[in-house]
Design a protein around this ligand. Structure first.
Ligand code: HEC
Length: 170
């Protein structure tokens, strides 16, 4: 008797709990997506990807913090070049993307440091790539203006064709 009395009670209460779990799950997933898309959990590039998907332009970070050119900044640039190596080759030889070592440039008439810094800072969008079938993310994956200039100083030491016109440090 008591068995029969229990089971109809148990059924609906279990069902109700399942819905509660489902709701919790939904709130968790929605919250996570919100955090990722609007607060840039995956960093600035993700924010740019979102802006591009909605037809807004990418945020171009300023290039105004210029470090001095010395042994330390060039060494920093060499270490930072690892970010570029996946695409431009560990030895600047170019893999899927242009070589940075030769005197053939797709994007410049004259390979001036200021022009390189500008391109690196901006990245190369899908519609801007000339030969490659890929894109270059803003700053090539670097974090700030100082790092962009440090990589440029390093490239200048490796490629004598690059014209050293970087402005004085500010
Ligand atoms: C995800 C791949 C990728 C990464 C990482 C990347 N690049 Fe690029 N880079 C590209 C692509 C794609 C192009 C455009 C190629 C084209 O137009 O066909 C390019 C173009 C360039 C150019 C212009 C070359 C020319 O011939 O005019 C320079 C300079 C450059 N990158 C420097 C860098 C530096 C420095 C870094 C690291 C801070 C970097 N890139 C990181 C993919 C990358």
């Amino acid at each position: 008797m008591s068995e029969a009395g229990h089971s109809p009670k148990k059924g609906p209460s279990k069902h109700g709990l399942a819905w509660l779990y489902f709701l919790f799950g939904l709130v968790f997933v929605a919250g996570g997506m919100y955090a990722i898309f609007y607060h840039g959990f995956l960093g600035q590039n993700n924010q740019n990807a979102y802006r591009q998907s909605t037809g807004q332009g990418i945020i171009i970070p300023p290039l105004d913090i210029i470090p001095p050119r010395n042994a330390q900044s060039i060494a920093n640039g060499e270490a930072l070049y690892k970010t570029c190596a996946a695409c431009h080759g560990p030895n600047l030889e170019g893999i899927s993307c242009p070589s940075l070592k030769d005197d053939e440039w797709l994007h410049f008439k004259e390979p001036k440091e200021t022009a390189l810094a500008k391109l690196i800072n901006r990245g190369v969008g899908a519609s801007e790539a000339i030969k490659a079938k890929s894109v270059m993310p803003p700053r090539g994956g670097l974090e700030n203006s100082t790092q962009v200039w440090e990589v440029v100083y390093y490239l200048s030491t490796r490629n004598p064709n690059i014209i050293k016109d970087a402005p004085q440090p500010k």
